[in-house]
Write a protein that binds this ligand. Structure first.
Ligand SMILES: NC(=O)C1=CN([C@@H]2O[C@H](COP(=O)(O)OP(=O)(O)OC[C@H]3O[C@@H](n4cnc5c(N)ncnc54)[C@H](O)[C@@H]3O)[C@@H](O)[C@H]2O)[C@@H](O)CC1
Ligand SMILES: Nc1ncnc2c1ncn2[C@@H]1O[C@H](COP(=O)(O)OP(=O)(O)O)[C@@H](O)[C@H]1O
Length: 285
């Protein structure tokens, strides 16, 4: 039977925001750890960290090269650098998978051994299947083609672009993880058959760094739902779709604030609190 792709909307997203209560502290809300950025791509770390903070999370821990740590702290001094306990990981943004040092590989393996939910992006996509924690991968079409080729599943960028729904579903089945396949239309699905589709509300999103922002947002949503994810791993699919919805809406607003003009990735992160606030207001709790 053909998969039914359900459109993910504002009211769906509103149900997946964890707002803090009187009994909460930064640790109970959830800590997101990031292993991201590199000397080549320091900006990806800054963007992911900024986006995580703006989505709402108890604490953000960043692990990466010294110079990148400095850039992250300059932008967001709220961030804690170095290892420690976390409730979810975002791994790989701004990392070239062909240039991973032993230190970096150690950090990645250490993170994967934690057993907490993981978002695998860019330079960590190939680590899918090396651990058992609830996992979501966030490739674009070219990255998915490369990932599948490495698993001896023949596909090409053109084939995936022509039928992203089919390939997202196949990847979820073959890899056993949640797949968030990025593009003007984003498909989010899991091996259990949950399948959500989202049309981007603005094509200004097609600019460098917007995927790094999405990764940080999804990491924050996973960290703040750590208790739910511990008893219901399928929640990761809904959280991934929610991240895509908020990301698109934040981009639309950032562009609208400039008369429908272009945006940069950081504009999206900065528009996120307004989107989250409005989603919460529609919930009325
Ligand atoms: N500010 C930053 O630090 C940014 C870092 N980024 C990071 O960059 C890494 C690579 O991501 P991509 O999405 O570019 O990976 P792709 O798989 O799309 O591209 C890989 C490489 O192919 C080359 N390439 C592909 N298409 C090209 C074209 N049309 N013209 C010229 N060169 C082309 C580029 O050298 C690129 O680095 C990721 O780790 C990502 O997180 C990007 O997100 C962009 C912003
Ligand atoms: N033409 C487009 N229209 C709307 N959204 C797009 C378009 N192309 C890409 N996007 C979105 O922009 C983001 C790009 O992410 P990604 O490819 O990882 O970029 P980067 O690596 O530069 O961060 C994704 O959220 C994707 O869904």
């Amino acid at each position: 039977m053909a998969t039914e792709w359900r459109s993910w909307r504002a009211d769906d997203a509103a149900a997946w925001i964890a707002a803090p209560g009187a009994d909460d502290d930064k640790y109970s809300r959830g800590v997101l750890g990031l292993v991201s950025g590199s000397v080549e791509f320091p900006g990806a770390a800054v963007l992911g960290v900024e986006a995580a903070h703006r989505t709402g999370v108890g604490l953000v821990r960043y692990i990466g090269p010294r110079g990148v740590r400095a850039a992250v702290l300059l932008r967001r001094p709220e961030t804690v650098v170095g290892r420690g306990r976390v409730q979810a990981w975002l791994l790989g943004s701004g990392i070239d998978p062909t240039r991973r040092s032993f230190v970096l590989l150690g950090d990645l393996q250490h993170a994967l051994a934690d057993g907490v939910p993981v978002v695998l992006d860019a330079g960590a996509l190939d680590l899918v299947g090396t651990h058992t924690a609830p996992t979501v991968i966030t490739p674009h079409h070219r990255e998915l083609a490369r990932l599948l080729a490495a698993r001896e599943i023949r596909s090409s960028f053109e084939e995936i672009r022509a039928d992203p729904a089919e390939w997202a579903e196949r990847a979820a089945r073959e890899l056993g993880v949640v797949v968030l396949l990025k593009g003007a239309t984003t498909h989010v699905c899991d091996p259990a058959g949950n399948a959500f589709v989202l049309e981007a509300p603005t094509h200004w999103l097609a600019t460098g760094g917007t995927g790094d922002v999405l990764g940080g947002m999804l990491g924050a949503l996973a960290a703040t739902h750590h208790a739910r994810l511990a008893r219901d791993a399928e929640a990761l699919t809904s959280l991934a779709a929610t991240a895509v919805w908020i990301h698109g809406e934040a981009a639309r607003r950032a562009s609208a604030a400039n008369g429908g003009g272009p945006i940069v990735a950081l504009d999206i992160a900065q528009a996120v609190p307004g989107v989250v606030g409005e989603l919460l207001a529609t919930r009325g709790d």
